[in-house]
Design a protein around this ligand. Structure first.
Ligand code: F6R
Length: 609
């Protein structure tokens, strides 16, 4: 997620902005840039692809100078990471500069409107509409122009604006993306997050949604969208920078687990709406083409592979097309049957995993059509695939994947519904019902997260184990695999996931007095069968922690502990069921003193075979 820093005051803006941007590096970025207004009242810009060190080199050459400026670290969403696409972006006349975090959903229609009014666009970004729209409305009052422009924007954003027409003002806006103001005598700051200003000040204002903030070197005014001034208490920061980067959470992993309602929402936004067809802007397949596919392969590694398993269940259930899911490192060497009638879906958070890339290239060579589900714009997978579905999870810092997995599940459901809509395999009312259930999911995720403390209390017992078993049927079996992987990765406890019905074919021999079994029973149609499987382990001495939907109290007779989930549509249940498993693994790893965010032997992006 992008980072914004801005300064207006008595000092040179550039070094303060660059120092601030360095403190936002944890948010992830692929390029950076700064704009200042110099003493000749001209906008000076420096930008660079890659690390901030590259920007610093540019700055050595360009030598920006000015006491008002804005800077940005970009995490690409619209348009590949490049110098051109990096912020700040300017209006056509080059009088207004903007840095922006978030997504402008209606940027295509705004571009069209602005083009018709003589504006030109030179980047692929959604951001470029903002300075031009402000210019369109500018009539001698920057705040008024920003206010008017903001009314035309749809999406979630925070942005900062400077203009050579009013060089004594820095204006910023927030809607659904973080924005704070740092207060200091002789100069004020805007930033996406507190660490960016902590070297300079501990006094901040939190800007709220739909507010506009106007900074001069010695004043800060917060306005509502209809221009009323707001009184805001100054918040004095007492935490250290490290804690602040993690938003007050102890670890990135916990922060990312708690971000899941937001990223679930972000991944759905602009793709599904009640009463409207599902539109996937970067998937260009006609109904005829979709009908021509006789088989779908889903190929991925690790957690992404587990998301693929859910994808198989969802696509087969909703779109009635046979799906095979494969581990990328196996797929590429097993001579898979591929031709022009094959649709390959690759899932990769990073978009750079070597085996996934190789599998994709192989399938393309044999004539398959490839859809990539990835979290990183401009990644190799996104560039080489025919079509792309971006999961808007934002950068995932913790090595163990949590929020990226949830958004991969959202992607799988939306693709399954998209296929079903084209193939007419389920009725419109069934599609609408599932869309409604999807839209309601973030609230359910929030409810589960509110119960984190209850889940924590199970961690102590499990942390003492050497082996843990996860059981599930149907969708729950795939979630059990993911739960088991999370536990292994971050707590180093050995664990296995089994399909409930498979136990008696061997693994049940491992169950003895006190063996911990985590049993998932979210699926209404399989509930009784699952209860029977739980009984099988319980009678052999297992200590059972079950996960079930609210009201399914029958499970208490066969369980030592039950974690209840709010009721969700069984097809979508994995998004709910996985959260207690992520939390449980996290709390167990904490008890064991493990390095949660950077588990031993693991890398975030596996770019070697
Ligand atoms: C586990 C985890 C890994 C990744 C796998 C694929 O928590 O993160 O199993 O899912 O290495 O990575 P991507 O999705 O980047 O291809």
């Amino acid at each position: 997620m992008c980072g914004i820093v801005g300064y207006i005051g008595n000092r040179e803006a550039t070094p303060l902005i660059v120092e601030g941007l360095k403190k936002l590096e944890y948010r992830g970025y692929d390029s950076a840039g700064v704009a200042v207004i110099n003493s000749d009242n001209k906008l000076q810009i420096a930008k660079a692809k890659g690390r901030l060190a590259n920007l610093e080199k540019e700055l050595e050459i360009d030598g920006l100078s000015g006491v008002i400026g804005i800077g940005h670290t970009r995490w690409a969403t619209h348009g590949v990471p490049s110098k051109l696409n990096s912020h700040p972006h300017l209006n056509t006349k080059k009088t207004i500069a903007v840095v922006h975090n978030g997504i402008i959903e209606n940027y295509m229609e705004l571009r069209k409107f602005l083009r018709e009014n003589g504006y030109e666009f030179i980047t692929d970004t959604d951001t470029e509409v903002i300075p031009n729209l402000i210019d369109f409305y500018y009539n001698g009052d920057l705040v008024e122009a920003v206010t008017e422009a903001t009314k035309k924007l749809r999406g979630g954003y925070a942005f900062g604006v400077i203009s050579v027409d009013e060089p004594d003002k820095l204006v910023a806006v927030r809607k659904d993306c973080p924005l704070i103001v740092g207060l200091k005598e002789g100069g004020n700051f805007i930033a996406s997050d507190i660490p960016a200003v902590l070297n300079e000040t501990r006094d901040v204002y939190f800007i709220e949604d739909d507010e506009i903030v106007v900074l001069t070197k010695d004043s800060v005014k917060i306005l509502t969208e209809d221009g009323k001034e707001v009184n805001r208490d100054v918040y004095h920061v007492t935490w250290n920078a490290d804690a602040a980067e993690k938003g007050g959470y102890d670890h990135f992993m916990l922060k990312e687990i708690f971000e899941q309602p937001k990223v679930t929402r972000d991944t759905m936004t602009s793709r599904i709406a009640l009463g409207e067809d599902i539109t996937l802007d970067k998937i260009n397949l006609t109904t005829e083409q979709l009908k021509s596919f006789s088989k779908i392969y889903i190929v991925a590694c690790g957690t992404a592979y587990h998301a693929g398993l859910i994808g198989k269940y969802a696509i087969e259930k909703l779109a009635k097309i046979p799906v095979e899911v494969d581990i990328a490192s196996e797929f590429r060497y097993r001579d898979p049957l591929i031709n022009e009638k094959t649709l390959l879906i690759v899932i990769s958070q990073s978009g750079e995993t070597a085996d996934t890339l190789a599998a994709m290239r192989l399938a393309k060579k044999k004539g398959a059509r490839v859809i990539a589900v990835t979290n990183v714009v401009g990644s190799t997978v996104s560039r080489e695939a025919d079509d792309v579905f971006y999961t808007w999870a934002g950068p995932e810092i913790a090595v163990a994947s949590t929020k990226a997995y949830t958004t991969q599940l959202v992607a799988m459901y939306i693709i399954a519904l998209y296929l079903a809509q084209h193939m007419k395999t389920i009725s419109n009312s069934e599609i609408e019902e599932l869309k409604k259930a999807l839209i309601e999911l973030p609230e359910k995720e929030e409810e589960i997260l509110k119960n984190a403390e209850k889940i924590k209390k199970h961690a102590e017992k499990v942390s003492k184990e050497n082996d843990v078993f996860y059981l599930g049927r149907g969708f729950d079996y795939a979630v059990a695999m993911e739960g088991s992987l999370k536990l292994k990765e971050i707590s180093y406890i050995h664990s296995e996931a089994y399909a409930g019905g498979e136990l008696k074919h061997g693994p049940i021999a491992l169950i003895e007095d006190g063996t911990v079994v985590i049993a998932l029973a979210s699926q209404e149609s399989l509930f009784e069968k699952m209860v029977s499987n739980i009984k099988e382990v319980k009678t052999r001495g297992a200590y059972v922690i079950s996960v079930a939907m609210e009201g399914k109290t029958a499970i208490e007779d066969t369980s030592d502990e039950v974690i209840y989930l709010p009721r969700v549509n069984p097809v979508l249940a994995p998004i709910a069921t996985v959260i207690p498993l992520q939390l449980l693994s996290y709390y167990i790893a904490i008890i064991k003193g493990c390095d949660v965010d950077k588990p031993r032997n693991l890398a975030k992006s596996v770019t070697v075979e």
